[in-house]
Design a protein. Structure first.
Length: 241
């Protein structure tokens, strides 16, 4: 669905920013999923479509942003993570090969790197935390891609990780509207305390993207908004100039 059919398309500028918003459940990796599930397969396709749209303009660098990276830390070549805590003996590099002594990746950055690998992206990628994203986006020359990794509320059902909270669905719906409309200001204004209470891990990431693009015109496409396994999974792509 398009953000607003009445709005003219925003021509992509040489210094524009494209964003893919994807959730970060380990089940995105088929080896973790084990038995195939139709909902997970649909989510994986939506993420692939969003990442493809983000990469379509050939950004000079892709910033993978997620929680777990301390301020000032940059993930890059040689850094890696693994899925051994999920019973899968797999180690995945962020970029290049794994090197001894490399930083260990938080799960959102590990899954973001996996999505870029699945898309065949071989360009420069840098992993950052939400606090560092706005300044970095503004300082980088040329076209920039952002892969924003974060989940909605983990309190969407009785069997959800955080149990059911009636405020969880309206909260995720508001995020979905902002993503679908390209409303950077609404993302930047998300209630961080309410996000924490509702176990919405993506809130710091969404707020950071909103802050980074607050002064830009955005064309948005919402690919998916679901709550499989009691967790809100939102997928979208933006093109901003």
């Amino acid at each position: 669905m398009s953000a607003d059919p009445r709005r003219p398309p925003v021509p992509f500028a040489p210094d524009g920013v494209t964003v893919a918003f994807c959730p970060a459940p380990p089940l995105l990796v088929p080896a973790v999923e084990g038995r195939p599930d139709a909902d997970t397969a649909a989510l994986r396709r939506a993420c692939a479509d969003a990442v493809s749209a983000m990469l379509a303009v050939a950004p000079g660098v892709v910033l993978v942003v997620g929680v777990g990276a301390p301020p000032g830390v940059r993930f890059g070549d040689g850094d890696a993570g693994d899925l051994r805590g999920l019973g899968i003996d797999v180690e995945l590099p962020f970029a290049g090969g794994v090197r001894p002594g490399g930083r260990r990746l938080p799960l959102p950055h590990l899954l973001g790197a996996w999505l870029l690998d699945q898309a065949g992206y071989a360009g420069t990628r840098v992993g950052v935390g939400p606090d560092d994203l706005p300044g970095l986006v503004r300082s980088l020359p040329g076209a920039v891609g952002v892969l924003a990794m974060g989940d909605g509320s983990a309190r969407r059902s009785l069997k959800a990780p955080g149990h059911l909270d009636p405020a969880a669905e309206p909260f995720d719906d508001a995020v979905a509207r902002a993503l679908g409309r390209g409303d950077a200001a609404a993302l930047a204004a998300l209630d961080e305390e309410e996000g924490q209470r509702l176990l919405a891990a993506g809130v710091p990431v969404w707020r950071a993207v909103g802050s980074a693009l607050a002064d830009r015109a955005v064309v948005a496409h919402l690919h998916a908004a679901s709550a499989s396994f009691g967790v809100g999974y939102l997928v979208a792509d933006w093109a901003a100039r």
